[in-house]
Design a protein around this ligand. Structure first.
Ligand SMILES: *Cc1c(COP(=O)(O)O)cnc(C)c1O
Length: 398
């Protein structure tokens, strides 16, 4: 057996998180796409069945109160809070990330000091954030300034109202300096809005500790909430009283069942709600969060870095010279939980990888993306993925 295979086995044996894999429904493929759609925790189908048959089927309307449906958005927000370093009462679950980007960004312009007319947006942002920011800017009379996250400190000025950044770049896997950039944005008197889609559940975020103003994120990637599971919105407690949502739906009203014609916002995180919550998806998410019980995000981060280091080492050892180049930063401080490899023929290579049981994904035109989800991916998976990749790339003995 090769040296790297032996090391993989030893690393798996010493991995305190390894038993968590048993909590998930997996097969013998190597699943490295959990940064796009997290795997299914085994106990979730039974819980969803119970919601359908008991809570909906038998209790029907009573479940809004008796089954806790009405308060699910803020209750589940409080379950996500420790994973992203937030105290309770600041996160509400609901809607998609796209919709929450809209809420957060428009609200940010309303929180910012009068007369500021620029919104800085991560120039390489995930597309939906950019599209929504452009529309929000048109609606609110702001101007979008695309900026590389590293250049944000120089781009900030007396005209900056808000800054929208991705914590981890979805394509390259680069981790941006949330503490430093947030401090710079706040020092300039602007509002920092972070998109946590590729960091929440993969690494410590520290929303409260670093003074983030507003944040959004999805739950179907590293949080394993299921396809289309609802996203979340974080509004720091200091901003809640003046958080002015552009989508003030009735479920964010201080007294929703009074059905009054005038809008009075509820206090706290609830103010970020819009309409009737999507209960089935939301309760599947709630159940899936059980896998985090007793799991510390620091341990997840340590394993994630060890996994991506080990995968890169295996690729280096196995892959034919010059066929792939990592675009994921080598420095731990700049790395998320994925490895992105540039490859000229990325599309057929990924198709063949998937055919051989290694599931990653493709970011056109030339990026092979491998997500490492420490709750259920191990070191033997990383070694096997690199070995199969090398074979697909034409290495003779892999
Ligand atoms: C996955 C992802 C989204 C997804 O938005 P949806 O509204 O759920 O489709 C948004 N932003 C970033 C940075 C993402 O990685």
């Amino acid at each position: 057996m090769s040296d790297l295979r032996e090391r993989a086995q030893a690393l798996d044996t010493g991995d305190a998180l390894a038993p968590l894999r048993e909590l998930f429904t997996l097969d013998d493929t190597v699943y490295l796409d959990g940064n796009s759609l997290g795997a299914l925790p085994r106990h979730v189908p039974a819980r969803v069945q119970e919601v359908l048959t008991r809570e909906w089927g038998e209790l029907r309307i009573r479940s809004w109160g008796e089954s806790g449906w009405w308060t699910a958005p803020e209750r589940i927000g409080d379950r996500i809070a420790p994973i992203v370093g937030a105290a309770a009462g600041q996160i509400v679950v609901g809607d998609s990330t796209s919709v929450n980007v809209f809420k957060a960004l428009v609200a940010a312009t309303r929180l910012a000091p009068e007369g500021r007319d620029e919104i800085l947006v991560d120039a390489r942002t995930f597309p939906t954030d950019g599209y929504i920011a452009a529309s929000a800017a048109r609606m609110t009379g702001h101007r979008i300034v695309p900026v590389d996250p590293a250049d944000v400190p120089d781009a900030l000025g007396p005209r900056t109202a808000a800054v929208l950044l991705n914590h981890v770049d979805y394509r390259s896997g680069r981790l941006h300096d949330l503490p430093g950039l947030t401090a710079a944005v706040r020092a300039a008197g602007a509002i920092a809005v972070w998109d946590l889609c590729h960091s929440a559940g993969a690494l410590p975020v520290g929303l409260d500790e670093h003074g983030v103003d507003l944040a959004v994120g999805c739950t179907y990637k590293y949080l394993n909430g299921g396809p289309g599971s609802p996203a979340y919105l974080y509004v720091a407690e200091r901003h809640q009283a003046s958080f002015d949502s552009p989508l003030p739906g009735w479920t964010s009203h201080a007294d929703p069942f009074a059905m009054t014609p005038g809008y009075t916002p509820a206090d706290g995180a609830v103010r970020g709600r819009v309409g009737t919550p999507d209960i089935l998806s939301m309760l599947a998410l709630e159940a899936s969060l059980d896998v985090w019980d007793g799991v510390g995000i620091e341990a997840v981060r340590a394993k994630s870095l060890a996994l991506t280091d080990f995968f890169l080492e295996c690729v280096e050892a196995y892959a034919p010279e010059g066929r792939v180049t990592s675009v994921t930063p080598a420095a731990h401080a700049e790395r998320g939980s994925q490895v992105a490899l540039r490859c000229d023929d990325a599309e057929p290579v990924m198709a063949e990888l998937i055919a051989r049981g290694v599931v990653g994904d493709l970011r056109r035109p030339d990026v092979l993306r491998f997500g490492f989800t420490p709750l259920y991916v191990g070191f033997a998976d990383a070694e096997r993925a690199a070995r199969v990749l090398a074979g697909v790339l034409g290495a003779p003995t892999a």
